[in-house]
Design a protein around this ligand. Structure first.
Ligand code: ADP
Ligand code: MG
Length: 256
């Protein structure tokens, strides 16, 4: 049975997709069987895994509307050695179209049940909004990974996400919990980064992952080659950090 994790933060540009793609590749390096679900109409995780989002035979969109299934729509990221349920801008329409459907916040959960036994990890790259798509991710998941930058406004908006997670936990998915906050794009030379990082540890204790992801240009360059950073430059500091994060997650699920 796969453990399912959402990578979520309603802010854009905080490293959700970079984390989803590179954690997937890092876990694959540790011989974990991984499915990456692209739940963002921008399709960045799809492209970052080396899959062309233009010519999809089926995508997350059809799967959520019940017009296709995960086994048909998934594709292999040869570069990352994991599977991908790919997306493109069509998925933006699902938000409106799902309003008419029964069980509309559980469409993803129900669809993933068909492949649950084939994976150790299913990671869901969420869009930058607390929308019906994100709600589907939260209803399907055992836990949430929250990437955040250690900057002045980092905690702003975090309470909205935490409250949403609490509501989903109480009303829709009793399994759901915050697995942890992941410090990303970290610059140890900045005093502010150090201060915010220490504040996070004080405030959230063991809900802060041990692994810290540094700011590393190789991670930012990799998508333009259609490769996860972990594959593009495995010895870079960014790649090494995501492999270490993979190991931390493997350890965490032993106690879940
Ligand atoms: P989100 O999915 O939350 O919108 P992304 O993962 O797309 O965020 O990251 C936003 C931008 O920051 C991208 O250009 C990405 O390449 C860059 N980026 C993310 N993480 C890092 C990092 N650790 N070091 C350097 N650049 C990063
Ligand atoms: Mg993204």
């Amino acid at each position: 049975m796969a453990k399912i994790f959402c990578v979520a933060n309603q802010k854009g540009g905080v490293g959700k997709t970079t984390t989803s793609v590179n954690l997937s590749a890092g876990l694959a390096k540790l011989n974990q069987r991984v499915l990456l679900v692209d739940l963002d109409p921008q399709g960045n995780a799809t492209m970052g895994a080396g899959i062309n989002k233009a010519g999809l035979k089926a995508s997350t969109y059809e799967v959520m509307l019940g017009e296709s299934d995960v086994k048909t729509a998934r594709q292999r990221s040869e570069a990352g050695r994991f599977d991908v349920l790919p997306s493109n801008r069509e998925l933006a329409g699902a938000e409106v179209e799902m309003v008419e459907l029964d069980n509309r916040e559980r469409r993803l959960k129900d669809a993933l049940a068909a492949v649950d036994g084939e994976y150790d990890f299913i990671l869901v790259d969420c869009p930058p909004a607390l929308s019906m798509l994100t709600l589907n991710g939260l209803c399907a998941a055992h836990g949430v990974i929250i990437p955040m930058q250690c900057e002045y406004y980092a905690l702003e908006g975090l309470s909205d996400l935490v409250n949403t997670i609490k509501k989903v936990h109480a009303n829709l998915n009793p399994d759901l919990k915050i697995i942890g906050l992941l410090r990303v794009m970290f610059d140890p030379r900045m005093t502010l980064s150090q201060q915010v990082s220490a504040q996070l540890e004080q405030h959230f204790g063991d809900k802060v992952f041990n692994t810290i992801i540094p700011r590393n240009v190789r991670l930012a360059e990799a998508p333009s080659y259609g490769l996860p950073g972990v594959t593009f430059d495995p010895s870079s500091k960014g790649a090494q950090a995501y492999i270490a994060f993979g190991a931390e997650m493997v350890e965490r699920i032993k106690h879940m």
